[in-house]
Ligand binder design. Structure first.
Ligand SMILES: Cc1ncc(COP(=O)(O)O)c(C=O)c1O
Length: 437
């Protein structure tokens, strides 16, 4: 179960390991993000899917899974296949230990305490849990934005309809930038919750979540961050953001499908109502009463996705071993290459921030009048390049922000993409644009 720790020390970084502790600190502070490097070719060896020789540029939808994660899940099925938190026998105890180790690793990834980490299926479930679990009523206000994925949008539309709370949607300019003054206007003392994504899954733009959280808290509102596109790609720190909830999905961060996490600030664990109750959530039951457990367990009814959670824990360890700063730096370099290349292709409209430094590795675009589905299929058929096309489960962005009625093609990069992937993608796109658009 060895992991290719695919970091490559550069001159600065090598020095870091040989100097004394006092100097380490100042040298560390003097390093820029760009100084940290991944050995992408070593990383690629961990991903069996890449042996097909095709180019995967759809990690925003779901990521590939490395061997250490696959092996960890197999280890559960082969060696301690038992339920968690129930059995007294050895296999069940090992399964429970591994499950809780996964909770620790996932918590460490976002600087949360394990007690604050609710293990669920995905981002959507986390957001639904919050929307149904906080007490909303007529006279309250929910604030969200046009940049949200449907999982952080229609959930609030429904919560507003059911409770009578008003829903205010903050808009963005054509590149996806939002104005803090608009949040200051939208959020007032009646605001119960502000829900915003840390990275847009269509435009790659990164809203100023820390500043938004500060405005919300000044008015006593709760803050939910949709971390689906930030947790896998950057160093996310729930304490530094100052959020109350943060939802994310294991399958977008090298983990399996079917496991995700919801960070819930410790003080809220008592107050928020669970979405489901049942086995695993109770402290005591009588014929005319039940008493729920305290903490995260209160929200985890029934047998969880054991292998998947254990796999998600292994994925969190894998990413942390590579280093979140290294991952961010690698993606930033690819981003510069992609943006520069896309800008040179005739007839191509790239959406989102023009400046590469202001975006994550997500690129939505259209070429001439080509339908996004036709373009995506041509990329696959002619060069084995896999990209997503359509509305990306974010119709408010498509309709209100970029106004692209057929949607867009979306390419996205991750730890296993190299320069060659990008160059093949760009060359194929160029050819398509010249011959088909
Ligand atoms: C920003 C954002 N939020 C929420 C989701 C929903 O994630 P899941 O399907 O894992 O629940 C996605 C999925 O693409 C997303 O990109």
């Amino acid at each position: 179960m060895d992991i290719n720790v695919a970091k490559q020390g550069n001159a600065n970084k090598n020095t870091l390991f040989t100097i004394d502790l006092n100097r380490k600190c100042s040298l560390f502070l003097s390093l820029k993000i760009g100084d940290w490097m991944l050995d992408v070719e070593l990383v690629r060896k961990d991903f069996p899917f890449l042996k097909q020789g095709r180019i995967y540029l759809d990690s925003t939808a779901t990521s590939l899974t490395p061997e250490p994660v696959l092996n960890k899940m197999l280890e559960y099925y082969r060696e301690y296949r038992a339920n968690v938190g129930r059995g007294i026998y050895k296999a069940s105890q090992i399964a429970t230990e591994e499950f809780e180790k996964a909770r620790n690793e996932v918590s460490r990834l976002i600087n949360a305490k394990p007690e604050e980490m609710v293990l669920l299926r995905n981002t959507s479930e986390g957001i639904n849990l919050v929307a149904s679990g906080i007490k909303l009523k007529k006279g309250d206000k929910i604030v969200t934005t046009t940049l949200e994925h449907h999982s952080d949008f229609i959930v609030w539309q429904r919560a507003s309809k059911r409770s009578g709370a008003a829903l205010k949607v903050v808009g963005a300019d054509s590149e996806g930038f939002m104005n803090l003054a608009d949040f200051e206007k939208a959020i007032d003392d009646s605001t119960k919750i502000v829900a915003v994504s840390q990275v847009s899954n269509v435009l790659g733009v990164k809203p100023p979540v820390k500043e938004i959280a500060k405005i919300a808290h000044e008015h006593g509102a709760l803050v939910l961050i949709d971390g689906a596109q930030s947790v896998p790609h950057s160093k996310v720190d729930v304490k530094a953001i100052g959020c109350d909830f943060l939802a994310f999905s294991g399958h977008k961060m090298c983990g399996p499908t079917g496991a995700g996490g919801l960070y819930m600030r410790e003080l809220l664990l008592e107050e928020v109502e669970p979405l489901c109750i049942g086995g695993g959530t109770i402290e005591d039951v009588g014929l005319d009463y039940y008493r729920l457990k305290k903490g995260a367990a209160k929200f985890e009814a029934g047998t969880p996705a054991i292998a998947e959670v254990i796999g998600m824990g292994a994925a969190a360890s894998y990413l942390m071993k590579l280093g979140m700063l290294e991952i961010e730096s690698h993606e930033q370099k690819l981003t510069k290459r992609v943006v520069k290349g896309l800008e040179e292709i005739p007839n191509l409209t790239l959406y989102g921030p023009k400046e590469p430094a202001k975006r994550a590795g997500i690129f939505s675009f259209n070429v001439g009048r080509l339908h996004p589905h036709d373009l995506a299929m041509t990329l696959d058929v002619t060069a084995g390049v896999m990209v997503r096309s359509g509305h990306h489960c974010a119709l408010p962005v498509i309709k209100e922000v970029i106004k692209a009625p057929n949607g867009t093609v979306r390419a996205s990069v991750y730890i296993y993409n190299n320069n060659q992937d990008i160059d093949t993608f760009l060359a194929t796109l160029e050819e398509i644009s010249r011959t088909m658009a």
